[in-house]
Write a protein that binds this ligand. Structure first.
Ligand SMILES: *Cc1c(COP(=O)(O)O)cnc(C)c1O
Length: 419
């Protein structure tokens, strides 16, 4: 469910016409619906009611301050994967004791910053990382709260680039070897064992892989308990999918129902790290048709947004629905490729898509662009990053102004031997 809908043939974000935003801010622009964000967070959080739990929003899905602050106001924690995301999360008002730090490649400086901040836990992904974290904590006179991220070797049945829980993926520690690693970790002087974590992939549309992973992690928790290693936290990661096209992913309620009983029996506080399911359908990217052109093979709609602004179609072959901002049921439909201005054949937003015959100057909304949209944007082809707008009811606000062309060269200089 989201709050982008047509009223009298015009597409609105909540009570604001998108054409008004385009007129005042220009295009391309990302538009987020705060009511949708709130609704999604609450639905997810309430699904786990009755079980002690903490929902940590996966900041990499959308790290804009207005989005992370909206989460913080609702009581969410943050799942971070870098020192930059630590900084952003704290600036947006997420308390350090609700921050979990995931990722296979944390630098010593990033570890130190997170230890200084006093985060809830590090999800550690290798024996070397654990040893280095122990040393860094020792130097700072701190104890590092640690959970080992195990790789349960279950197939998430999603796109290969976003599958993370197979033994051939770079993530986590082999679950068979994890028992021994916990015993080793328990001997480290500057480490406090807090929990166990796993994250098997993104855009999952079935509950079974989550339940399988939980079962395997549950076996490990039992073995650890038998060996006198008691944990407090069970982090099941993120990954619940959304509907971009025809997918029918489980609802948060169905997802929670599939996990609650088993998780409850283990008696640990549950940590969840949803990203996409909270923010994916809460954002759109608004762009404008620059030109159309016909070749013997195709009808192209060339728009002012490219793969640098929204990389998902190019990177994951993913489907993004496209809605015209002005609806006209009478208008003929044409099978079209919607492409951007970037000099790459991979620069497309839609391929062979039945769309209204749109012309120069028309606005279109690329739907479900709230997650892994702006947060993956780059300045490739020297294109300034676009603006972002947050809507709430009939109010709206620019939450990131459009980058300027001067800002593209910020920090650059010529070598001192050139004038
Ligand atoms: C990316 C990621 C998430 C969020 O995944 P979604 O599919 O957006 O829910 C959660 N945890 C970890 C460790 C991640 O890498």
């Amino acid at each position: 469910m989201h709050h982008f809908s047509y009223k009298n043939g015009e597409l609105y974000a909540e009570d604001v016409p998108l054409s008004q935003i385009a007129q005042e801010v220009g295009t391309p622009v990302y538009v987020y619906s705060q009511a949708t964000l709130e609704r999604h967070f609450k639905a997810f959080d309430q699904a786990f009611e009755g079980l002690e739990h903490l929902v940590c929003f996966a900041v990499k899905a959308n790290s804009s301050q207005a989005v992370v602050a909206t989460m913080a106001h609702l009581g969410a924690g943050a799942d971070i994967v870098s020192g930059g995301e630590l900084y952003r999360s704290m600036a947006a008002g997420v308390p350090a004791e609700r921050i979990v730090y995931s990722g296979v490649g944390k630098s010593e400086a990033e570890m130190a910053a997170a230890l200084d901040a006093g985060i809830l836990m590090f999800n550690v992904e290798s024996a070397q990382e654990l040893a280095v974290l122990d040393q860094v904590a020792g130097r700072l006179g701190k104890k590092a709260p640690v959970s080992l991220r195990v790789n349960p070797d279950v197939d998430a049945q999603t796109h290969p680039k976003i599958t993370t829980g197979l033994s051939k993926n770079k993530f986590g520690l082999d679950i068979e070897l994890a028992f021994k690693q916990y015993q080793d970790a328990a001997k480290l002087p500057n480490v406090e064992l807090k929990g166990v974590s796993c994250h098997i992939g993104s855009q999952l549309t079935k509950v079974e892989p989550f339940a399988d992973a939980l079962e395997r992690v549950g076996v490990l928790i039992g073995r650890l308990r038998g060996a006198g290693i008691e944990l407090e936290l069970l982090d099941l990661g993120g990954g619940l999918g959304i509907s971009y096209d025809q997918e029918e992913p489980p609802s948060p309620a169905q997802y929670a129902a599939a996990l609650k009983e088993q998780a409850g029996r283990l008696g640990l506080k549950l940590v969840l790290e949803p990203g996409r399911v909270i923010v994916g359908n809460a954002g759109i990217m608004l762009c404008q048709v620059l030109f159309t052109k016909d070749t013997p093979a195709k009808h192209f709609i060339i728009v002012d947004a490219g793969m640098n602004d929204l990389v998902r179609p190019a990177m994951y072959d993913s489907f993004q629905a496209i809605w015209p901002v002005t609806e006209d049921p009478e208008r003929p439909q044409v099978v079209s490729d919607v492409v951007g201005p970037i000099c790459e054949t991979g620069d497309f937003l839609a391929r062979d898509r039945q769309l209204p015959d749109m012309g120069r100057g028309e606005l279109m909304a690329v739907m479900s662009a709230g997650a892994y949209g702006f947060s993956m944007a780059s300045t490739y082809n020297s294109r300034p990053r676009v603006a972002e707008v947050m809507v709430s009811g009939d109010r709206w606000s620019v939450v990131r102004r459009r980058e300027t062309t001067e800002e593209l060269m910020r920090g650059e200089s010529l070598p001192e031997w050139m004038d």
